[in-house]
Design a protein around this ligand. Structure first.
Ligand SMILES: Cc1ncc(COP(=O)(O)O)c(C=O)c1O
Length: 372
């Protein structure tokens, strides 16, 4: 990639209509975001060159945490260098109150690795299958269930209400979701899958829901247009997480330029809800259009759409045919949640126009009607 990600992106010198990646709000190339990053770099240098205890707490890190807290409507937040680490940070604290970790078999790599490092027995359950989860649970054994809020490649939402219903029969229980692809996209304020499902007030230090403690972690690097991991919560919850691992006192905070970008991107995400409205309209146009031509996709309001179109060979050809027309849609052969044939992973952002999405749909339709 030789340009910022956006509706049009330059790859190997060619400008493509780009339906890939995760910059769902279209902010990673935003001039104000870029200028904020440059300004932060000039003001604070690359970063504090020490961990956050001692001398390493710059005003910028604290401002990002305040701004993220405002975005999520929470007391405070913890900002750290990578969303990948968020599950590890959370689980170091949460696993203390659980006997066994149950993990969605297709959860993202970082969820799997975090569970493995928690020093508790780990079992898997079938992808998004609350009844399979139920069949693995045992009364008297306190479960910690871990999954993605939204599948990174297939775009499918976790069956949240079903998980809570099942887990309430085995209370006290904990449900932790990595909402990397839900934050910024789902919910009235973009707070993610829990907000979308009306459970936000219970999350990250809020009261249990039917005996189930709910938690999440997120990233600023995807929809929100910045960089770094984020965990919002009550002051007590965030303090507990900060102390349970050494990301706060043993690692550099996110670098100044990305913190500066994140701060501006968070402000735009919070104060310009019309961007999310545009993203929603784009998601609907893409999903409706695919369904109308017989491609099996759901009507979930997620911005990444995993479409199984024929088998692996057909999808490789579709990818190549689209690319030859200047349209980039990745064929993902294997990733968490792709299934054995892989899938076409289409992503829309707020900056795509109706005409751009119509062009993609038309090209897919043409391929489907003309291929032998
Ligand atoms: C579900 C999920 N969690 C976490 C991450 C990593 O987040 P970050 O890029 O902020 O490290 C990804 C990245 O692709 C992801 O898909």
């Amino acid at each position: 990639m030789e340009s910022p990600p956006g509706p049009e992106t330059v790859i190997d010198g060619v400008r493509y209509l780009y339906f890939a990646g995760t910059s769902y709000m279209g902010l990673h190339g935003d001039p104000e975001v870029i200028e904020a990053g440059c300004d932060a770099l000039r003001r604070y240098g690359v970063h504090t060159a020490t961990s956050r205890t001692g001398f390493g707490n710059s005003p910028l890190q604290l401002e990002v945490e305040r701004s993220a807290a405002a975005f999520f409507g929470m007391e405070t937040s913890f900002y750290f260098s990578s969303g990948y680490a968020g599950n590890h940070i959370a689980v170091q604290a949460l696993a203390k109150d659980a006997d066994v970790i149950y993990i969605d078999a297709e959860a993202h790599y970082c969820v799997q690795e975090a569970a493995a490092l928690a020093r508790k027995p780990v079992q898997t359950f079938n992808h998004r299958d609350a009844e399979d989860l139920r069949s693995k649970l045992t009364r008297g054994v306190r479960p910690l269930v871990m999954a993605d809020g939204v599948g990174p490649s297939n775009g499918r939402m976790a069956p949240l209400a079903e998980y809570v219903r099942v887990l309430s029969d085995f209370a006290p229980a904990i449900l932790h979701l990595d909402d990397a692809h839900g934050v910024g996209v789902l919910g009235a304020n973009g707070r993610g899958i829990y907000e979308h499902c009306g459970l936000w007030s219970h999350v990250n230090g809020g009261p249990d829901r039917d005996g189930v403690s709910l938690s999440m972690c997120g990233t600023l690097a995807k929809a929100l247009g910045g960089f770094g991991g984020i965990i919002p919560g009550t002051a007590a919850f965030v303090e507990r997480l900060r102390k349970a691992s050494h990301y706060f006192d043993g690692a550099s905070a996110p670098a100044s330029p990305v913190a500066g970008c994140s701060l501006k991107a968070l402000e735009i995400s919070r104060t310009e809800p019309q961007r999310r409205e545009r993203l929603r309209a784009n998601i609907k146009q893409l999903r409706d259009g695919l369904r109308e031509m017989g491609v099996a996709v759901t009507d979930e309001p997620t911005a990444n759409v995993g479409a199984l179109i024929g088998n692996a060979g057909v999808m490789q050809k579709l990818h190549a045919a689209l690319r030859a027309q200047g349209i980039l849609v990745p064929y993902v052969p294997s990733y968490s949640g792709t299934g054995p044939d892989g899938l076409m992973r289409m992503a829309v952002c707020a900056e795509h126009t109706e005409a751009m999405i119509a062009r993609l749909l038309h090209a897919v339709q043409e391929f489907l009607t003309t291929r032998p």
